[in-house]
Design a binder for this molecule. Structure first.
Ligand SMILES: NC(=O)c1ccc[n+]([C@@H]2O[C@H](COP(=O)([O-])OP(=O)(O)OC[C@H]3O[C@@H](n4cnc5c(N)ncnc54)[C@H](OP(=O)(O)O)[C@@H]3O)[C@@H](O)[C@H]2O)c1
Length: 250
């Protein structure tokens, strides 16, 4: 998809990676619909990018369907869907609250499925479209203390890969973007700070550039930073060795 004049729906655009992505796509000439729950922050971000705010709570399946329909109102049918909205959860799995687990699956996994399901037929019909799913390196390798979060992101990873196989040869592209630690309010909002000294969190603009690049250059999978594809590859090729290293090095 050529980004100039493309209609892009970015979820989770009131903050962090989504906000930076809305800015990056607008800079490339796209018309951006910014989705989130916080109306004030969303409208501020929309004003900055000359886009439109769309308030919806993706934890509710019915709102995801409504949002997919409403996204076409300001500028016309959606050409690019960036499934970025997400929440974290850290701590021992045995202590995770059932409600929070439901919310995690609803926002991080079910909402991207529902939004893609709602918008994909139109993209196929018009012969033009791109879906970007923002997963996490956690979804490739698993992370101690983040089992539920990693499970939702792992689901998004295989959803993306399956959809890529299914849509090969169609005019709709699908990209997976897998960030490592990024400096956004994500950690504070999940209620537990980023606890490692390395790798140092990167600015969200780095992910935004990767997302815009993945759309423009039809990239199947991008890690931010790029070296994080190393652990993911090691995990895929030698899972036993990866497990031993993860146990030893954390
Ligand atoms: N930061 C990292 O280190 C990191 C690493 C790997 C992957 N990621 C992924 O990157 C994505 C963006 O995260 P971020 O770091 O930019 O975090 P963030 O600054 O906390 O932003 C999260 C965004 O998701 C939206 N959101 C949360 N719950 C929602 C709901 N129920 N309905 C609609 N929107 C909702 C928030 O909007 P409202 O507050 O307006 O609802 C916000 O705009 C997430 O999928 C996250 O898992 C982040």
């Amino acid at each position: 998809v050529e980004l100039r004049d493309a209609v892009c729906l970015v979820t989770g655009a009131s903050s962090g990676i989504g906000r930076a992505t809305a800015l990056e796509l607008a800079r490339a000439g796209a018309r951006v619909v910014l989705l989130g729950r916080d109306r004030a922050r969303l409208e501020r971000a929309a004003a900055e990018v000359g886009g439109r705010a769309l308030v919806a709570d993706l934890a509710r399946a019915a709102e995801a369907a409504r949002a997919a329909a409403a996204a076409a109102e300001p500028f016309g049918p959606v050409d690019v869907l960036v499934n970025n909205a997400g929440i974290g959860l850290a701590g021992p799995f045995a202590a995770a609250g059932p409600r929070r687990l439901e919310e995690l699956v609803a926002v991080n996994l079910l909402a991207p499925l529902l939004l893609t399901r709602a918008l994909l037929p139109g993209m196929l019909e018009r012969g033009r479209g791109h879906v970007v799913n923002v997963a996490s390196v956690a979804g490739h390798v698993g992370v101690r203390g983040e089992a539920a979060y990693a499970a939702t992101k792992g689901g998004l990873v295989v959803f993306t890969e399956s959809l890529q196989q299914e849509l090969a040869g169609t005019p709709v592209g699908v990209s997976l973007v897998s960030p490592g630690a990024i400096a956004t309010p994500f950690f504070e909002r999940r209620g537990s700070p980023y606890g490692r000294s390395r790798p140092r969190p990167l600015p969200p603009e780095r992910v935004a550039e990767a997302i815009a690049g993945a759309i423009a250059r039809e990239r199947a999978s991008v890690f931010v930073p790029r070296w994080l594809s190393g652990p993911a590859r090691l995990h895929g090729a030698l899972p036993g060795l990866y497990r031993r290293l993860a146990e030893r090095l954390g």
